[in-house]
Design a protein. Structure first.
Length: 151
């Protein structure tokens, strides 16, 4: 169920094909389910699946223990449809793996439409550097759950 103010988050949300978006979603109660290597790779597979279906072109992503960041170019989908399918499929896949009982994601998600003047590579660096800022690793190459098209 959405929080009482969640409708305000959706006000003005517009899905524009060809536009770049930074999407973020958090696990329910910030449970660190993606500490499991298998669970994190399952999420990475869902990013690839969205690209294979033509819903979004993935530019960069990182799977943190309790949340994800996903930099995309929206293609043949809306943000709402893309995130609904991503969350549903990831939950089903983790359930089948035996890694999940119950709800996986908190309701909603955060989206930021990049402005033309924003440096896309800088945003991608911000995304993939999350494990460094969180203190999970000393160097980015030690963290296995991220990717960017520029590498």
């Amino acid at each position: 169920m959405d929080s009482p103010a969640s409708h305000r988050l959706r006000r003005g949300r517009f899905s524009e094909p060809g536009r770049l978006y930074l999407l973020s979603s958090i696990t329910r109660d910030r449970i660190p389910i993606f500490e499991s290597f298998q669970a994190a790779r399952c999420i990475a597979h869902q990013f690839r699946q969205a690209q294979l279906e033509g819903a979004a072109r993935t530019l960069a992503w990182v799977v943190m223990p309790d949340h994800v960041h996903w930099l995309i170019e929206l293609q043949q989908s809306s943000l709402a449809c893309l995130m609904r399918r991503f969350k549903s499929r990831s939950r089903c896949a983790l359930f089948k793996l035996g890694k999940l009982q119950g709800t996986l994601w908190q309701p909603g998600y955060h989206d930021h439409a990049l402005r033309r003047e924003e440096n896309v590579c800088a945003v991608a660096r911000y995304v993939v550097a999350n494990p460094l800022r969180a203190g999970l690793v000393k160097k980015l190459g030690d963290y296995p759950h991220w990717d960017a098209v520029w590498l």
